[in-house]
Design a protein around this ligand. Sequence first.
Ligand SMILES: [Zn+2]
Length: 406
Amino acid sequence: MTDTLALLATLVALLLGLAVGKAWERYKLREGRWFDRRKVRESPHYILGLQLLVSNQVDLAIEELAKAAALDPAALEIHLILGNLYRERGQVSKAVRLHRRLLQHSRLGRTEQTYVQLSLGLDYKQGGFVDRAFQAFSEVTRLDPDNKYALLNLERLHEEQQQWREARAIRRRLTDIADEPRKPRDQAILAFLENELGLQAVRRGEPQEAAAHFRSALDLDDGTVPASLNLGDVYMRSGRPREAIAVWEQILEKAPERAYLTFDRLKTAYTEVDGPARFVALCRRLIEDNPQDWRARLALGRHAMDEGDAARALDLLLESLGQNPHALAVHQLIWRALSTLEFRPTPVRRYLTLTRNAVFYLDPHVCTRCRYRSTELLWQCPQCHEWNTFVEERLPQAENVEGTPA
Ligand SMILES: [Zn+2]
């Protein structure tokens, strides 16, 4: 959607540019139809249509621009915009027909052809015609090899088909043409694509190739958490727990907010190497570093439960709940602990006091780009397709939820 709006903005800019610029003159000279041009430019429909478009009254804009377009069937820019507006309104086949008709103009210059193909590609994409969308976007890159919109759309289509190798090739091109400040972000996306290639190799049963992809991902961006997790998993499966530990412990340094993703893994690996005490020490250190860390307390509580110490587990879990009263996983484990303790009144009362105003909170992960919400942490947003944009949203402490102190 944001891409489409950006494109729309570009097209409006193009339209305005053409209206006042040299291109407009060129059309006039080439076709020798000065009076027709003026008729369109001076028509109230054209100006009104643009004004409506700017104030986001799209349906009315379509009406006015359609009238303006009817005045001059060869006024490319107006038809181009009109087609894009049809698509915006979900009238894909109408948009396709219009854009294809424009392509049949033999007088189209390279820039104009590029724009029409790009619009056509977006029409097909919106209509779900993947092959045709591929064709149209590829045609755009043939006409204009550095066309960012076409490259981005091609990359997205490949991602949707899980063609990670092709997606990576396109992202490399995008990285090559990107401005310097944009490059780290491109590197990070390349790293996620490498990680996907690694996962495919895992599924094919090729651990060495998988590990190579995960390592490339970390070379590109050592903060690529899933690549660290997956590389460690490969090491563990091939009986190399020490190497797995080293990789996972890097996550604690590079992305402490994602540390909890390593908990179950590290616990297993530590236990294999030198017993569970090391895991307990790790959780304690994390809590020391960040007293609000409810997940490390949850992990400690779970560990205590596994060791059969429900009373100690309950203490830790209630502490965890104090930091995040909305975490369902904590509540569930508390219920188990309370049940093991046969619902003794004192701990039950403590629990009830702490949760008086807590609401259960199931989808705390939010995409920072498009606000898509998810119950689990996702590495790529299913809505805006951006990589690594999810953060965990925390509601205020229980006391503040309904504005009444507990
Ligand atoms: Zn998103």
